[in-house]
Design a protein around this ligand. Structure first.
Ligand code: GLU
Length: 298
């Protein structure tokens, strides 16, 4: 299998300039290292009709190109099911019947890391499981044999984070992101993962899961987010932050692309030009405050 990088948007709405900046960086990382570049639509959850087409159009408008066909997670359930079977056969999964509320209210074990599943359903007897199945369908959790894992990141160096009994399949039958992402990256030959650094905390869980599935751990680069003037992650309510809104305000996609390139110290123009100047080591490590863009000459 060839080596590749990727961009994996969730089609929940239009991409904003923060997503586009991450996509451009992922493209530059991949192309500058001689890798292919793939696009995967993460539509297991939160998909909105029409959003995928808008996202692909906007990626193309800022010059992000990809190899081959777009892959959709909703077409790949057989792969997730196979991985889940493999883990279950190895005794590495269990059924969990907890509601969100029950997890919140459960007493946490001393020294348990924040946000870790408290283990309520880990050691249920067969009879207890039988009883609870009558209440509601089970989610499937990983029976983790580690409490933390360390990953290497191009921008963050060595990063250690929590591994807990995280959900692999939700109780509505939908595969959880952490399982899907690991299976998909491996099946697509993706050996470089560039994405927003809001996902760094879940990366040790994914690397641990990869090791259980005998999947090589990809190279990671978690890039800083784009934030608003108050320092919060950019969102739709921050004004004209999508290509659609910016175009309506008289700002074309080329100017947006150039502003995004400038924010990482790269020259304006087609991405091929930026590629020559791209140096991962020189990337800013801090979030970038979206300055807003107004039509040229104003
Ligand atoms: N689909 C995820 C998102 O849009 C990204 C997942 C990833 O890059 O691993 O936030």
């Amino acid at each position: 299998m060839t080596s590749a990088g990727r961009f994996a948007p969730s089609p929940s709405g239009e991409l904003h300039v923060g997503n586009l900046r991450t996509a451009i960086l992922a493209w530059l990382f991949a192309r500058s290292s001689g890798r292919g570049f793939l696009l995967r639509v993460e539509d297991l959850d939160r998909a909105r009709a029409g959003a995928e087409a808008e996202q692909l159009r906007d990626l193309a408008a800022v010059g992000v190109t990809w190899d081959g066909d777009v892959v959709r997670q909703t077409d790949r359930d057989h792969l997730y099911a196979k991985a889940l079977e493999q883990l279950t056969a190895a005794g590495m999964t269990y059924e969990c019947f907890c509601t969100r509320r029950e997890i919140q209210d459960a007493p946490t074990a001393p020294h348990a890391p924040q946000g870790a599943y408290p283990g309520t359903c880990r050691n249920l007897s067969a009879a207890e499981r039988e009883d609870k199945r009558r209440l509601r369908p089970a989610a499937i959790r990983l029976r983790a044999a580690a409490t933390e894992a360390t990953v290497q990141d191009v921008l963050h160096g060595s990063f250690t984070g929590v591994v807990d009994d995280f959900v692999l399949r939700r109780n509505d039958g939908v595969t959880a992101y952490n399982l899907a992402v690991v299976v998909d990256d491996a099946a697509q030959g993706i050996d470089q993962v560039v994405r927003g650094d809001d996902l760094l905390p879940s990366t040790p869980r994914q690397a641990y899961l990869a090791s259980l599935l005998n999947i090589p751990v990809p190279e990671y680069a978690h890039v800083p987010l784009v934030v608003n003037a108050a320092g919060a992650r950019l969102a739709k309510r921050d004004g004209a932050v999508t290509l659609g809104d910016l175009a309506a305000a008289g700002v074309g996609a080329d100017r947006v692309r150039d502003a995004l390139l400038a924010s990482v110290g790269l020259p304006p123009g087609a991405l091929a030009g930026a590629l020559e100047a791209f140096d991962p080591a020189a990337l800013p490590r801090e979030p970038w405050v979206w300055p807003g863009l107004t039509p040229a000459g104003q």
